[in-house]
Design a binder for this molecule. Structure first.
Ligand SMILES: [Zn+2]
Length: 170
């Protein structure tokens, strides 16, 4: 139904593993200092590529290590420990999207689904068909007893209850 579900995965162009989309980041969102490090090892990796959080965190730790070495010279044991824990912590935070989705309430999910369906072409087309069918049925009063004769007051009532579900204008 949704685009998010149709395209459920992608490939990290660094490790060539297929991952769910919420574990991949488009290259254009990779920040400054980390980018040259990736490009150095993967020259073909361009702005249309994807990178998984595992690979990205490895490069982030490399980047921090480089910065620290530039400032402090050779890293001592404690500093290496810091770099390592940075890497581990980064791994802990890699599933932010998943955590976010887990904390959505039932109401949030229903609201998302309603907004997604209400804004889709499928809905608009079915809605147009529904209104045309309703009006056609009720103006063919020579054949049937109309259940909502012109000017379609019941239809008007139904439409007005739908107004709160209009997708927000952006
Ligand atoms: Zn990867």
């Amino acid at each position: 139904m949704s685009k998010r579900q149709n395209v459920s995965g992608g490939t990290c162009q660094i490790c060539h593993q297929t991952r769910p989309l919420n574990q991949l980041l488009p290259a254009r969102l990779v920040r400054g200092g980390v980018l040259p490090l990736i490009k150095k090892q993967h020259p073909d990796w361009d702005e249309h590529s994807l990178i998984c959080f595992t690979c990205l965190n490895r490069y982030r730790a490399d980047y921090v290590q480089q910065l620290m070495e530039k400032d402090l010279g050779e890293l001592d044991e404690l500093e290496q420990e810091v770099v390592k824990s940075l890497q581990d912590n980064a791994l802990l935070s890699e599933n932010i999207n998943e955590e976010y989705e887990q904390q959505l309430t039932f109401g949030d999910r229903v609201a998302d689904m309603v907004a997604e369906f209400g804004g889709s072409w499928k809905f608009i087309i079915w809605f147009a068909i529904f209104i045309l069918a309703w009006i056609s049925l009720n103006i063919s009063f020579l054949l049937w007893q109309p259940f909502d004769p012109y000017p379609f007051i019941l239809l008007n009532l139904i439409l007005s209850t739908l107004l709160p579900f209009r997708p927000p204008s952006s």
